[in-house]
Design a protein around this ligand. Structure first.
Ligand code: PGA
Length: 231
């Protein structure tokens, strides 16, 4: 399996999303399974523009309750109603800036899976954790709260590699992926500065089942090149 997911973060409103998805329908994406993860307000535009294609639309987060007094949150049921196929949970930016913990990430993942959504749950160590030799312990802690599900995928995203242009070497990623797979038998994507120039080598590692791509997914040519590079 090779899954390439484009995490758009807080980029592309509905108009830009619709235009991007119209082009995405037409370009050669190779054999990879492809998903895009626009901001909440652009999900409907993406679902509409990609209707009838194999390209899935994922949200970037979801709340664990179906509804309630949770200002600013969106539930898995609401995403499902919109025709969204899945959601990312536990991205390091959510953990760093918005207070997500292993426990809340687990609750978000469980609620989304319960709702029938697919889930990409993100894990990964910071630079200081790696330097302290704690990478394996961090991954064990982050993965231990997740339960196996056929619709669950994990993304290994070393925090020091996100948006820095400094990707993990294929060997480092392979080792982390093997640790994760020994804990939970699910597909594992690599994320962190994936670009057209390094995607093929990373995705060729046998424990790497695809990529979660941030910055390089915002441009149609580089995103399509990454999709084609993944086998
Ligand atoms: P990046 O982001 O590809 O820009 O490093 C990856 C991510 O945050 O998912």
């Amino acid at each position: 399996m090779s899954l390439i997911a484009g995490n758009w973060k807080m980029y592309k409103g509905p108009l830009e999303t619709a235009e991007f998805c119209r082009v995405l329908r037409e370009v050669d994406l190779g054999d990879a399974d492809v998903v895009v993860c626009p901001p909440y307000v652009s999900l409907a535009a993406a679902v509409q523009a990609l209707a009838g294609t194999e390209i899935g639309v994922f949200a970037q987060n979801c709340h664990w309750e179906r509804d309630g007094a949770f200002t600013g949150e969106v539930s898995a049921a609401m995403l499902a109603e919109l025709g969204v196929y899945g959601t990312i949970v536990g991205h390091s930016e959510r953990r760093q800036h918005f207070g997500d913990t292993d426990e809340t990430v687990a609750r978000r993942a469980a609620a989304a899976l319960e709702e029938g959504l697919h889930v990409i749950a993100c894990v990964g160590e910071t630079e200081s954790e790696r330097e302290a030799g704690d990478t394996e312990a961090v991954l064990r802690r982050q993965v231990s709260v997740l339960e196996h599900d056929d619709n669950l995928v994990i993304a290994y995203e070393p925090v020091w590699a996100i948006g820095t242009g400094k990707n993990a070497t294929p060997g480092m990623a392979q080792e982390a992926h093997e640790t994760i797979k020994s804990l939970l038998d699910v597909p594992v994507l690599y994320g962190g500065s994936v670009k057209p120039g390094n995607a093929a080598e990373l995705c060729a590692q046998h424990a790497i089942d695809g990529a979660l791509v941030g910055g390089a997914s915002l441009d149609i040519d580089s995103f399509a090149a990454i999709c084609r590079a993944a086998h």
